[in-house]
Design a protein around this ligand. Structure first.
Ligand SMILES: Nc1ncnc2c1ncn2[C@@H]1O[C@H](COP(=O)(O)OP(=O)(O)OP(=O)(O)O)[C@@H](O)[C@H]1O
Ligand SMILES: [Mg+2]
Length: 424
C-alpha cells in the first residue's frame, strides 16, 4: 500500500519523515543523518548530485553548476526566467523537481514502498507583503510535488509542524511560542499544545496566531559579506574622472546565495574589466573580477557563512580567502557581525511582536518557547528573543529536524498510513 510522508524543503537543509506502521521516522537522507543540505550540483555529463555530495563536488572544484537556496526563488520573478546549467537553459521547476524527486526516491527506498501522499512544509510567508506572489510560490511547489509523482499534496506551516514534533514530549498543556529561524525565513506560531490535543485532526482552534518574515540565515550571510568582506573587494570604492562609486548591484548579487550564478555572464565580466581600468582602488576591485572569472562566488559565501558560525562562539576569527589572493586571511569580529546584522534582528523581533499582538497576548502569557532552525544559534538574536521571556521554559531539541518530523506526524494524521486524504 502506498504511504505518506512529510517533506521539509528548507532553504539550507531538507528533511523527510515517513509514516509507517510503527510511527514516524526521519529518512536517513545522507546515510546516517536526518537532514541533507538543499544543494544540487550538475556535472556536465552525469546525473545531478544532491546534498553533501553536491557540496563536496563543488568544494573540490569539480566542473559543473552548483546551486543552493533554491527555495528563495519560489514566488520571485526569477522563477520564470530559468538559468543556464552547463550551457543549456533549464527551468527552475525542473531543478526543483530534480531535488524534490531525489528526496522522494530516497524516502521510498528506505520505506520500501511508494509514497503518494505528502504534507509539505511552507513558511508563513514565502514572500512578504505580496499575497499573490506568496500563493504563486506555493502553487509552484505543489506543481513540482505532483510532477514528481505525489498524488495527494497538502501544506502545513513550518512552525506548526515543529510544534507537533515537540508536543509528543509534553507532560502537561502549554501555551507555546514556536520560533523557527532558518536559512530563508523566520516563522512564529502561538499554539496550545498537549498530548490530548495532539490527537485532534483539526487544530485550528488551538492556533492563536502566526507571523513570519522573509529574513533568515542567508540574509545574515549577505549583510556580513557586504559589510565585512566586500569593501576589500571594491564595494563602496570609486572609479573614473567623476569619482562615482562602483555600481552596487553586482556586489549585492554576489552576496546572495540564490543570485550568485546570475553574475557569471560574459557581459558582467566585460563590464567589470572596463570598470577595473578606471577603478581608483584596482587592488581591491581586481579581487572581485577574479571571483567572476573563477566563478568562486559561492565559495566566498561559504567562507562568510563559516565565519558566521565561528563567531557564534568566538569574538574574533580569521577567514581563509587564499582562493582569491594567495595567503589572504581576513580578520572579522563578532562586533562587526552584530553591527552589520542589527536590522535583521530587529525585523525578526518585530515579527514576534506581531504574532503576540495578533493573539492579543503579552509575553507573560507564553509558557513555553520552542526554538528551532539553525539561525537561532546567533548570539545577538538569541538574546533579543530570549530576553523577552526571562522566566519561561525554553526547549530546543532536534533543532534541525523537528519541522520534518512534525510534517511526518501531520501526514499520518491527515492521510493515515494509506491512500486517501482525510478531510481537514
Ligand atoms: N551555529 C550557528 N550559528 C549561526 N547560524 C547557524 C548555525 N548553525 C546553522 N546556522 C544557520 O542556520 C541556517 C540553516 O538553518 P535551517 O537548516 O534551520 O534552515 P532551513 O530549514 O533550511 O531554512 P528555512 O526554514 O528558512 O527554509 C543557515 O543559514 C546556517 O548558516
Ligand atoms: Mg526550516
Amino acid at each position: 500500500m502506498a504511504g505518506s510522508c512529510g517533506v521539509d524543503f528548507g532553504t539550507s537543509n531538507s528533511a523527510v519523515a515517513v509514516a509507517g506502521a510503527s510511527g514516524v521516522e526521519l529518512v536517513r537522507l545522507e546515510g546516517q543523518g536526518g537532514t541533507s543540505p538543499s544543494a544540487v550540483f550538475y556535472p556536465p555529463r552525469a546525473s545531478p548530485l544532491f546534498g553533501r555530495s553536491a557540496l563536496r563536488a563543488f568544494a573540490e572544484g569539480e566542473e559543473g553548476r552548483f546551486m543552493r537556496s533554491l527555495k528563495r526563488i519560489l514566488g520571485s520573478s526569477l522563477m520564470g526566467q530559468g538559468t543556464f546549467v552547463n550551457d543549456r537553459r533549464k527551468s527552475f521547476e525542473s531543478i526543483l523537481a530534480d531535488f524534490i524527486g531525489g528526496l522522494k526516491s530516497r524516502a521510498e527506498a528506505q520505506a520500501g514502498r511508494a509514497l503518494e501522499s505528502v504534507v509539505m512544509g511552507r513558511p508563513v510567508h514565502f514572500v512578504d507583503g505580496d499575497p499573490e506572489a506568496d500563493a504563486r510560490a506555493q502553487d509552484s511547489l505543489e506543481a513540482v510535488a505532483r510532477g514528481v509523482g505525489f498524488r495527494h499534496v497538502e501544506f502545513q506551516f513550518e512552525p506548526i509542524a515543529a510544534a507537533f514534533a515537540h508536543e509528543r514530549k509534553l507532560s502537561s498543556e502549554k501555551l507555546a511560542l514556536i520560533v523557527d529561524i532558518g536559512g530563508g525565513t523566520s516563522d512564529f506560531t502561538l499554539i496550545r499544545l498537549s498530548r490530548e490535543r495532539a490527537r485532534k485532526l483539526d487544530r485550528s482552534a488551538d492556533i492563536l496566531a502566526n507571523s513570519g518574515v522573509r529574513i533568515g540565515g542567508n540574509d545574515f550571510d549577505r549583510d556580513f559579506q557586504l559589510d565585512s568582506f566586500m569593501p576589500h573587494l571594491g564595494y563602496r570604492t570609486s572609479y573614473g574622472d567623476k569619482s562615482l562609486p562602483l555600481p552596487a548591484g553586482m556586489f549585492l548579487e554576489m552576496s546572495e546565495w540564490s543570485k550568485v550564478n546570475f553574475l557569471y555572464t560574459r557581459k558582467t565580466r566585460q563590464t567589470a574589466v572596463e570598470l577595473l581600468r578606471e577603478s581608483h582602488e584596482p587592488g581591491k576591485f581586481g579581487r572581485f573580477l577574479k571571483i567572476l572569472e573563477d566563478e568562486t562566488g559561492h565559495r566566498l559565501l561559504a567562507a562568510v557563512e563559516e565565519g558566521k558560525l565561528a563567531l557564534t562562539h568566538g569574538e574574533e576569527e580569521r577567514i581563509d580567502l587564499g582562493f582569491i589572493e594567495r595567503g589572504w586571511r581576513l580578520g572579522v569580529s563578532r562586533e562587526a557581525f552584530d553591527a552589520a546584522t542589527a536590522s535583521r534582528v530587529a525585523g525578526i523581533s518585530g515579527a514576534i511582536t506581531e504574532c503576540l499582538a495578533r493573539a492579543g497576548l503579552g509575553e507573560e502569557a507564553v509558557e513555553l518557547v520552542i526554538l528551532t532552525g539553525g539561525t537561532t544559534e546567533i548570539p545577538a538574536l538569541r538574546r533579543a528573543v530570549l530576553d523577552r521571556f526571562p522566566r519561561v521554559e525554553i526547549s530546543e531539541e532536534d533543532k534541525l529536524s523537528s519541522v520534518g518530523l512534525g510534517l511526518g506526524y501531520d501526514g499520518l494524521r491527515r492521510f493515515g498510513a494509506g491512500l486517501q486524504a482525510a478531510p481537514v
